[in-house]
Design a binder for this molecule. Sequence first.
Ligand code: ZN
Length: 305
Amino acid sequence: MLNFARGFDVAVAIFAVTACCGAVVHAADKLPLLIIDGQNNHAWQAMTPPMKAELEKTGRFTVNVATTPPANSPKEDWQKFRPDFSRYAVVLSNYNGEPWPDEVQTSLAKFVGNGGGLVIIHAANNAFPQWGEWNKMIGLGWRDSNFGDRVTLDDAGRPVRTVKGEGPGAGHGAQHEFVIDVHETEHPVMMGMPEHWMHANDELYHGQRGPAADMHILASALASKDKGGTGAREPMIWWIPHGKGRVFTTVMGHVGGNDTRAIRCVGFITVMNRGCEWAATGKVTLPVPTNFPGPDATSLVPDAK
Ligand code: ZN
């Protein structure tokens, strides 16, 4: 018994050393990240380059982009779209368009199931209503009210489920600046942020619908009726476990033309960067920047153009 106990201590000590050094090496490694774009009802061409630049600026990621064929492309063009997800730690979707080939859908779901990270930005949650596993991964998507349940939060931040068919389906009111309220202040992505911060001009998605299973809501925003919203507290940032992987969603980030304010918000950028790191590793090393917005005023990085 004594020998066993001593052996155990040694094993623990060796493990601790390995874990320590492994972590140090890992922190220095860059995480390979793949952005997917190519079709969207948004100005994806104006979104991917600045998002890629902000991710790279952290020093934490190497970023590649896989662009799908445009809409109505011949099958041969789609046969060339076969991203090798297994080469990446995290995949960020800036895509809202035609269904991907079955092989690509299966490959992405397998990647996440095996522990890969998936990050959904804004209208990426509009895509693929017919893809069952995708709907499970994203939890809530831009769907009508008959598609699935809706989740809002009460004033205490507790989730409230509205069953399918009842209440509003997906929509948004007029674009405006609005306060993001953080609920999971101890979650690695949110830790160190102000509990309330002013997001730059954006669409405030409401009435999102889906299976919403195992959904962890990190932040919400009140969809003011004055702006055409629901009057309810709508989820803005959430994550869902999928197999060994993590799916991280933010519905912030509308870019419809040349106005990129939503994705130049330091809050959005921080959520994206940290969300990608966390989806990839389960940890966050990236700091909350000193110019992070407070509750009263927005904070934006300059337009690169
Ligand atoms: Zn939008």
